[in-house]
Design a protein. Structure first.
Lengths: 313, 412
C-alpha cells in the first residue's frame, strides 16, 4: 500500500513526471531557441512560470459551465500522469502492467485532448470554441496513424502488453529497425497530440488567440500547461518504450539515466521538427495525416504482418 | 451559435495577429469566411491638422513620425512637395543620399515584413532569422544618421548629414552579407513545402481587380501590374540608377513574398550604384522660411507602395493644407476582396501580405451614436454632450464647476 502510494504520487508518479515535464519543456524551448539563433530561457524558467501562474488570479467567465471548466484540466493531468506508470523504461519493480495495457495507454492519452475540448467548449468564448472544434477535428486525423504505427510494433512482438513488447525488442534489438517508418510516423503524429508547430492549429495565436485555453488563467492554466509538458514526456517515453526500449538492458541508476536520455532525444527531435516548418491549415493538416501518414503506417502494418508470418514460419 | 452554424468572430481592435489596433469583424461558417467588416480609425492622431499649426521646418520633423517603418518615405515625399512649391533645386549629392537612405529603409522594411509573414503562418524560425539580419541594416542606418528608425536626414532643400568614404565601405560590407542572406531566404521561401502550402493560392488578387481596387506597391506588382513610381515618375536619383521593376504573375500571397524578396536584391544593387556614383558638392541649398504660395503633389515609392503627399502654401511660414495618402489606404480595399471564400487561418497572412501600416493610414475618425435604430455620425456638439452625460451617469459632474468658472470669467 505504502509502496503503491509512493509509486503513484512521487516516483515515477505525479511528482517525478511533473518535474521531468517542466525540465523537458525547458530543454525543448532551449533547443528551439538555439536553433533559431536565440539564447533561450534559463533552466528554472518553466518552474518559475508554473509557480507564478499558481499565484495568479483565477478567473472563471460568468457564462462558463463552472464544473466542466474546473474539472477538465484535472482530468487531463491525471490521465496523462497515469500513462507514465504503465510505461516500462528501466528495470523498476513498481511499474504496473496487464495484457492489453498498450491499448489502454493510447486511450488514456486521448483523454487530455478531449478534456481540452470540453474545457474550451464550456468556457463559451468564441476563440476557445473554435479552438476546441479544431482540437477534436485534429484528433481524428493524427490518432489513426499514431495508433496504427504503435500497434503494428506490438503486432510484431505478438502481444498487447507493453512490458512484453519491450522485452521482445530487447531480445531482438535488430527487429526494431523494421519499425523505423512507424517511429517517424508516430513522431509526427505526436506533434499533433502536443499541439506544436506545424500542428498547433487549435492554439494558433495569430488566428484564435490562445484557442482552447483563451479563457483559462491562474491555477487552471498552470495545470493545463503542466498537462502538455507531461504529455510531451509521456508521449516521448511511450515512443521510446515501444520502438527503442534499450534502457531495460541496464539496472537501476544507469537504466534510469539511459531512459531519460532517450526520452530527451525524442524531445530534441520534436523540437527540431517544429523549428523547420510553418503551421498548416486545418484542412491541409487532415489531408496530410490521411494521405501521407496513414499510408505510411499502413505500409508499416503490412510489413510487420509479412515479417510476422515469416518469423513464425 | 446554437441555432445556426454562422457566427461572427472579432479580430481586433486588440488581437495577437495585428500589430496595431484595427478591427476586423469576420462572419464565419465553420472555418470559412463569409464576410469581413473592416473598421479603421483607432489610431487617428490628427497629424495633418498638427502640420497646419506648425512651420514647414517643424513639419518635416512631424511628418517623419507618420510611420515608424517608412519614416524616410514620408519625410522625403513631404520635402519634395515643399521644394517644388518653393522652386528649390536640390543638389545631386543630397538626391543620392536620399535615395541611399530610401533603399536601406526598403531593405529594413522588407526584411521586417518577411519576419512578420513568417510569424503569421506560425513559422517563427523565419521571424527570428530575418529580424536578426535586419539588425545589420538597422546598424547601417544608425551609422549614417545616428538613429535606427526616424533618421532625421531630410531637410527642406537637402539632407542633414553626409556619407563619408569609411561609412560607404561599412555599408558595402553590410550589404554583401545581407545579399548572401537574402539569397538564402529566397531559397527558403520558394522551396520549403509548408510555406508554399500556406502561401500559394491564398489571397488571390487578379490584375483587373488590382487595378480596379487601386492596389499599389508590391501588392499590385505581384498581380502583374507593372508600375513603380521610381521608374514611371522618377524622383531623387532614381532616373540615373539602373534597376528592374520586379513583377510576378502569381497574384497571391506567394507572389507578394517573391516580389518583396526579389526587390531586396534590386535594392542592394541600387545601394551599390548610389555609393559608387555619389557626386560631390554641397548637401543643401538655402530654403526660405516663408514658402511662396502654391500647391504641389509629390509621389514616392515607399516600401509598401505609392505614398502621396499634397502640400498647399499660402505664402506664410505654415502650410495651409497638408494631405498624406499612405499606401495602406490604397491597399486596404483589396483585402476584403482577397479574403472572399478563404479560411480563417488565411486571414492573418492575407492582411499581413499588403504590409499594412494602419496608424499611417488613419486620417479620419467618425463616431457613430448608438441611440435608437438609425446610427448617425455624431457631430462635435453631440459627442460633447454624450461625454458630459456619460460622466454624469458615472458620478463625475463638472456642470457646477464650469458654471462657477464661467461666472468668474464674466466678472473679469
Amino acid at each position: 500500500m505504502g509502496l503503491a502510494l509512493f509509486t503513484i504520487l512521487i516516483f515515477p508518479g505525479f511528482l517525478f513526471v511533473s518535474v521531468f515535464g517542466l525540465m523537458a519543456e525547458f530543454i525543448d524551448r532551449r533547443i528551439y531557441a538555439r536553433l533559431q539563433n536565440r539564447v533561450g530561457p534559463p533552466w528554472f524558467q518553466t518552474f518559475a512560470d508554473f509557480i507564478k501562474l499558481l499565484g495568479k488570479e483565477d478567473i472563471v467567465p460568468c457564462a462558463a459551465n463552472v464544473n466542466m471548466f474546473d474539472f477538465a484540466p484535472l482530468f487531463a493531468l491525471t490521465s496523462a500522469v497515469t500513462v507514465f506508470l504503465y510505461i516500462p523504461l528501466w528495470k523498476a519493480p513498481g511499474t504496473f502492467s496487464f495484457n492489453g495495457d498498450i491499448v489502454m495507454m493510447l486511450y488514456l492519452l486521448t483523454i487530455p485532448t478531449l478534456a481540452f475540448f470540453i474545457g474550451g467548449w464550456y468556457s463559451r468564448s468564441l476563440y476557445a470554441r473554435l479552438g476546441s472544434v479544431r482540437c477534436v477535428t485534429q484528433l481524428f486525423a493524427y490518432e489513426v496513424p499514431l495508433f496504427m504505427s504503435i500497434l503494428s510494433s506490438a503486432l510484431l512482438a505478438n502481444t498487447w502488453e507493453l512490458k512484453e513488447v519491450a522485452a521482445f525488442y530487447l531480445k531482438h534489438p535488430l527487429y526494431s529497425l523494421f519499425n523505423l517508418v512507424g517511429f517517424f510516423v508516430s513522431l509526427i503524429a505526436l506533434l499533433g497530440k502536443l499541439e506544436k508547430v506545424p500542428f498547433d492549429i487549435p492554439e494558433a495565436e495569430t488566428e484564435i488567440v490562445a484557442g482552447t485555453f483563451t479563457e483559462y488563467s491562474g491555477r487552471r492554466l498552470a495545470i493545463l500547461k503542466l498537462t502538455i509538458d507531461v504529455e510531451m514526456v509521456v508521449g516521448a517515453a511511450l515512443l521510446v518504450a515501444v520502438f527503442f526500449p534499450f534502457a531495460l538492458y541496464f539496472h537501476s541508476v544507469l537504466g534510469f539515466l539511459v531512459a531519460v536520455l532517450e526520452i530527451l532525444g525524442v524531445i530534441a527531435l520534436l523540437a527540431l521538427l517544429r523549428t523547420i516548418v510553418a503551421r498548416l491549415r486545418i484542412d491541409q493538416m487532415i489531408d496530410f495525416c490521411w494521405k501521407v501518414l496513414v499510408p505510411f503506417s499502413f505500409f508499416q502494418l503490412l510489413l510487420n504482418l509479412i515479417l510476422k508470418g515469416k518469423l513464425i514460419l | 451559435m446554437h441555432n445556426s452554424n454562422k457566427f461572427k468572430i472579432p479580430m481586433g481592435p486588440q488581437h495577437p495577429a495585428l500589430k496595431e489596433p484595427e478591427s476586423f469583424s469576420i462572419a464565419l461558417r465553420g472555418e470559412k469566411i463569409m464576410g469581413v467588416d473592416i473598421r479603421l480609425g483607432y489610431n487617428h492622431r490628427g497629424i495633418e491638422k498638427a502640420c497646419e499649426e506648425r512651420t514647414f521646418v517643424q513639419d518635416v520633423y512631424l511628418i517623419e513620425r507618420v510611420c515608424g517603418i517608412c519614416s524616410h518615405s514620408h519625410s522625403t515625399a513631404f520635402v519634395q512637395a515643399v521644394e517644388e512649391v518653393a522652386g528649390l533645386v536640390v543638389p545631386p549629392r543630397a538626391q543620392y543620399i536620399r535615395t541611399l537612405i530610401g533603399e536601406l529603409e526598403r531593405v529594413h522594411s522588407h526584411l521586417l515584413w518577411l519576419g512578420v509573414a513568417g510569424h503569421e503562418i506560425g513559422f517563427d524560425t523565419l521571424l527570428m532569422y530575418t529580424w536578426r539580419d535586419r539588425e545589420i541594416v538597422m546598424d547601417l542606418l544608425a551609422l549614417i544618421s545616428g538613429n535606427r528608425v526616424n533618421y532625421g536626414m531630410n531637410m527642406i532643400g537637402g539632407v542633414r548629414r553626409d556619407v563619408t568614404e569609411e561609412q560607404a565601405q561599412d555599408i558595402l560590407k553590410g550589404v554583401a552579407t545581407l545579399e548572401e542572406r537574402t539569397k538564402y531566404y529566397i531559397e527558403v521561401a520558394t522551396q520549403e513545402t509548408t510555406i508554399i502550402k500556406r502561401l500559394s493560392g491564398v489571397g488571390v488578387l487578379k490584375k483587373d481587380d488590382a487595378l480596379r481596387l487601386g492596389a499599389v506597391g508590391p501588392t499590385a506588382r505581384a498581380s502583374g501590374v507593372d508600375h513603380d513610381v521610381r521608374r514611371s515618375d522618377p524622383y531623387a536619383a532614381y532616373a540615373e540608377l539602373d534597376f528592374n521593376v520586379i513583377t510576378d504573375t502569381n497574384s497571391d500571397v506567394y507572389g507578394r513574398t517573391v516580389v518583396r524578396v526579389k526587390e531586396l536584391l534590386e535594392s542592394y544593387k541600387m545601394i551599390r550604384q548610389c555609393l559608387k556614383n555619389l557626386p560631390g558638392g554641397p548637401l543643401t541649398v538655402k530654403a526660405p522660411r516663408k514658402i511662396p504660395a502654391g500647391e504641389a503633389i509629390s509621389r514616392y515609392e515607399a516600401p509598401r507602395g505609392e505614398d502621396v503627399h499634397y502640400v498647399k502654401s499660402n505664402g506664410g511660414e505654415k502650410p495651409e493644407r497638408v494631405k498624406v495618402r499612405a499606401p495602406t489606404l490604397a491597399n486596404i480595399q483589396a483585402v476584403k476582396h482577397m479574403l472572399k471564400d478563404r479560411y480563417l487561418a488565411d486571414m492573418p497572412i492575407v492582411v499581413a501580405a499588403i504590409d499594412p501600416c494602419f496608424s499611417c493610414t488613419d486620417r479620419l475618425v467618425s463616431v457613430k451614436g448608438n441611440a435608437g435604430k438609425n446610427k448617425k455620425i455624431l457631430t462635435w456638439e453631440a459627442l460633447r454632450n454624450y461625454s458630459v452625460e456619460w460622466h454624469q451617469v458615472h458620478g463625475i459632474d463638472f456642470t457646477e464647476l464650469s458654471h462657477k468658472f464661467r461666472t468668474k470669467m464674466e466678472r473679469f
